[in-house]
Each structure stands twice: as structure tokens, then as C-alpha cells.
Design a protein around this ligand. Structure first.
Ligand code: 5AD
Ligand code: SF4
Length: 462
């Protein structure tokens, strides 16, 4: 893989100057509210956005309607994500009628789609700023222009993107942190829009990743989640990703996790890391997408069912307690009943802890969008219902098997439903609820599992 250039330090300094300029403007927004849609990469970007806005003198307003600046960080991976974003934006028009000084910003994957920014500009002239995925770091400059000229700014650049270091940040959690290790995707799975909106793969330098992890450790972070569209091709693939994990393991941060892995690039070294590394949690999200080799081929996934099953058995041999989760698409163009049955049988064979299941959603510009698709929507819906029902049974069986065990839980939050209860995750990333109070948040505690629900466990503090 080609190493991509980094946005220069002088450019980042220039943006810091714009932050100061915005801060000095008399009539500027005092508060902001960010709506983050889609995946963890967007959540991480939202932390950078929050950091920049804070440097511009704004503070977070938890109630969206009361904020002076509302920013939508959008997703476009499926049509319903896009519809949700557009629906929200249309609603903002009403809000702006009552509050003309409200600033509306829309960025992220949806605005990066070909032609989308221009369409939005025409249809929704009340949006003050539209930017894409590649130029997020220039938000201060764009906001300055919006405030100075009082006219909308639309800036979406067509580039494969660069690595950006040194953006301000306001982390959502004090004890669990996302750490980007790479951006973009080169795989062009035929259904997927991500490579078109996030650009080509580019990796951060390992030293930059380690430095960030060290800083987080020193701040008391208990868990890091490494992020990339395809972490297994970090710096071009091979053993590079496993090497990074070995280096990070030595920092003694209690928990290391990562997202997302592509099965075609999962290396022997990574399987070895699961056997050896103390802090690498026994959980792997390994999207399979389909159980039929014909469908996998049409999806351009570049692995077979047999290869995938072999990976699963080798991972389990290396780390017997590993929990595997997955993504599955139902109703890919041309999927026959017997091909769907192969997905069902794969799910039975692997026995995932849980699965995210999606009905195929055609995305403009992708190869699959022009493939003939004659399966009626009701049939696709029946198939996904069957799949969900079967996975729920498997999840319930796996969770029941954990009753009576002792688990280390990283406490995340107090329960919104049950007063006096808190919730957190096991090493396998299964949610456990148990009686406790807010003082436990951010701590690793020992819990005995007393019962299993549909997707979560219940327990008591030991
Ligand atoms: N339709 C349905 N699901 C999709 N995904 C990606 N693109 C599509 C699409 N066009 C799913 C895949 C991926 C997850 C993040 O979203 O399962 O792994
Ligand atoms: Fe999309 Fe495939 Fe890249 Fe994942 S690996 S982001 S599914 S193209």
C-alpha cells in the first residue's frame, strides 16, 4: 500500500488560527449539539469536531433544540441511514424559522457522495455549512467564512484523503477510547459505498498510534478500541497489524479491542496474538456477509465459506473463550433460497455471540446496484426474520451457558431503566447488568453471573 501524505503541521496551525478567529467573533454560536450517525469512525470524528468547537469557545448543549449550532455527522451505508439524516435536516428547517440565528452544519459520509452536496445545496438552502469526509479538519476555516460572510459554505473535496494528526478532541468517555489506526477502504465489495466516500486505505504511523495510546493510559483509560474500515490491512497487511497489537499490549492498558476485520486479510500472526496477548480481549467482530460461495463471489469478498470457517476454528483453537460476532446481508441481488439456506447453516456452524443483520440496500454508484434483483421485498423480509430468530436462539444458549461464571466487567453506565443498577461489558463484550451505583463507572469489577436475558446477562458484584 502506498503511504499517504499527512496534512502538514502548518495547515493544522492555520486551522488553530481560525479557531481563535471564530472565538473572537462577537455574534457567534455559544453552544453546539452534534448528532453522530452510523459507525464508530463517525463517533470518533464527532469527538474531533467537539474538540474544535470547544476551542472556538462553544460548549456542548445536550438538548438539540436549544443549541446555537447543530451539526449532523451523517452515514450513507444503507438507504435508511440516509433517509434518517435527510428527515432530520428537513425538520431543522422548521426549527430555524423560530430561531433564525441557528447554524446548521451537515458533514460526513452522506455529503461526500457524488453529487449529493450540490443537490442538498439546492434543496435545502437553509443549511449553513456542508463539508465532506476528507476536509473535516478544515471545519474552523469554513465556520469562520460562514460567520464572516453570512452565506452558506459548501466544500466537499474529491481526494483519497490524507492522514490528519493533531486535531483537538473532546472524548465522549473518560475510560474507554477510540483510536484510529487507518482510514478508508480498498476492497470495493460490490454492495458497499464506503470506498467511494472514505477514500483509499491509509494508515497512521505506529508511533503516532502508540503515543496516543500512552497519553490515554496516563489519563486513566481502561480500554482502547482501535478503529479502521479494515484493520487487517493496516500498513498494507501481513503481520503489520499484529505487530502493532504486540507493541500496544506492552503499554499495560487493561483492555484492547479493534474494529473491523476483513476475513480475507486476517493473518496467522493475528491468530497468534489472540493466543499470546494478555490485554487483547477475547472478542472478534468478523463480518461474513453471506454463507454461499456464489454470493460471496458476487459481493467481491475474496474468501470462501470454507476459508472463513477455517479461520473461526483456528481462532477458537488459539483462544477457546473467544466470542465472535458478525455482519450479514440478506437479499443480495439474485440470492436464491438455497443460497440463503447456506447463510443459515453457516450461522448454525459458527454459533456467533450475536450478529448484525441487514437487508441489502442498493447504493448508487456501486456495482451491485446494477445487478438484477428479482427477489420480492416480502421474501427478503421473511428470510431476515428467520435469520434473526435463529441467531436469537443461539445467543440465548450461549448466554445461558455463562450463568454461574465469574466475569470481569468494565462498568460503563448506570441503567436508565432500573434505578440502582449499572451495566458494563465482559471481556467477550457481552453486556452485564447488576446492582451498583455511579461510583463504579469506569472501574473493572468482578461479577458473578446469576441469569441470562435475551442479549444481556445479569449478575451480582463479588
Ligand atoms: N446494504 C446492506 N448492508 C450493507 N452493509 C454495507 N453496505 C450495505 C448495503 N449496501 C453492511 C455490511 C457491513 C456493515 C457495516 O453494513 O454488512 O459489514
Ligand atoms: Fe465496505 Fe467491504 Fe470496505 Fe467493509 S471491506 S468498508 S464492506 S468495501
Amino acid at each position: 500500500m502506498i503511504e499517504r501524505p499527512q496534512v502538514s503541521e502548518s495547515e493544522m496551525l492555520r486551522q488553530r488560527e481560525y479557531m481563535k478567529l471564530v472565538k473572537a467573533i462577537g455574534e457567534r454560536p455559544q453552544t453546539y449539539h452534534i448528532v453522530s450517525m452510523g459507525c464508530q469512525m463517525n463517533e470518533r470524528d464527532s469527538e474531533s469536531i467537539a474538540g474544535m468547537l470547544e476551542q472556538m469557545g462553544m460548549r456542548c448543549e445536550p438538548v438539540r433544540e436549544q443549541a446555537d449550532l447543530i451539526l449532523y455527522n451523517t452515514c450513507c451505508v444503507r438507504e435508511n441511514a440516509e433517509n434518517k439524516a435527510l428527515g432530520n435536516v428537513i425538520w431543522l428547517k422548521e426549527l430555524k424559522k423560530d430561531k433564525p440565528e441557528l447554524l446548521i452544519c451537515v458533514g460526513g459520509c452522506m455529503t461526500q457522495e457524488k453529487g449529493m452536496a450540490e443537490t442538498m445545496k439546492k434543496r435545502y438552502p437553509f443549511i449553513d455549512l456542508i463539508y465532506g469526509t476528507h476536509n473535516l479538519y478544515r471545519l474552523p476555516e469554513y465556520l469562520y467564512r460562514v460567520l464572516r460572510d453570512r452565506t452558506p459554505v459548501v466544500e466537499v473535496v474529491e481526494t483519497d484523503g490524507e492522514v490528519v494528526e493533531g486535531m483537538p478532541e473532546k472524548r465522549a468517555s473518560a475510560f474507554s477510547a477510540y483510536v484510529n489506526i487507518m482510514y478508508g477502504c480498498n476492497n470495493f465489495c460490490t454492495y458497499c459505498i464506503v470506498p467511494y466516500v472514505r477514500g483509499r486505505e491509509r494508515s497512521r504511523e505506529p508511533e503516532a498510534v502508540i503515543e496516543e495510546a500512552l497519553r490515554l493510559r496516563d489519563q486513566g483509560v481502561q480500554e482502547i478500541m482501535l478503529l479502521g474500515q479494515n484493520v487487517n490491512s493496516y500498513r498494507g497487511g501481513g503481520a503489520e497489524f499484529a505487530n502493532l497489537l504486540y507493541r500496544l499490549d506492552r503499554l499495560e492498558i487493561p483492555r484492547i479491542r479493534f474494529m473491523t476485520s476483513h476475513p480475507k486479510d486476517l493473518s496467522d500472526e493475528l491468530i497468534g496474538a489472540y493466543a499470546e496477548l494478555k490485554h487483547l480481549m477475547p472478542h472478534l467482530h468478523l463480518p461474513v456477509q453471506a454463507g454461499s460461495n456464489e454470493i460471496l463471489k458476487a459481493m467481491n469478498r475474496r474468501y470462501t465459506r470454507e476459508h472463513y470457517l477455517d479461520l473461526v476454528s483456528r481462532l477458537r483453537a488459539a483462544r477457546p473463550d473467544i466470542g465472535i460476532t458478525t455482519d450479514i446481508i440478506v437479499g443480495f441481488p439474485g440470492e436464491t433460497l438455497s443460497q440463503f439456506e447456506e447463510t443459515m447453516s453457516l450461522v448454525n456452524e459458527v454459533r456467533y455471540d450475536s450478529a448484525y443483520t441487514f437487508i441489502y440496500s442498493p447504493r448508487t454508484g456501486t456495482k451491485a446496484a446494477s445487478m438484477p434483483d428479482d427477489t420480492p421485498a416480502e421474501v427478503k423480509s421473511e428470510r431476515i426474520q428467520r435469520l434473526i430468530a435463529r441467531q436469537q436462539e443461539i445467543t440465548a444458549e450461549i448466554l445461558s451457558g455463562m450463568v454461574g461464571s465469574r466475569q470481569t466487567v468494565l462498568v460503563e453506565s448506570v441503567s436508565a431503566r432500573d434505578e440502582g443498577w449499572v451495566g458494563g461489558k465482559t471481556p467477550r463484550a457481552i453486556m452485564v447488568n447488576f446492582p451498583g451505583d455511579a461510583s463504579l463507572i469506569g472501574r473493572l469489577v468482578e461479577v458473578e453471573i446469576t441469569s441470562a436475558g435475551r442479549n444481556t446477562l445479569r449478575g451480582r458484584l463479588i
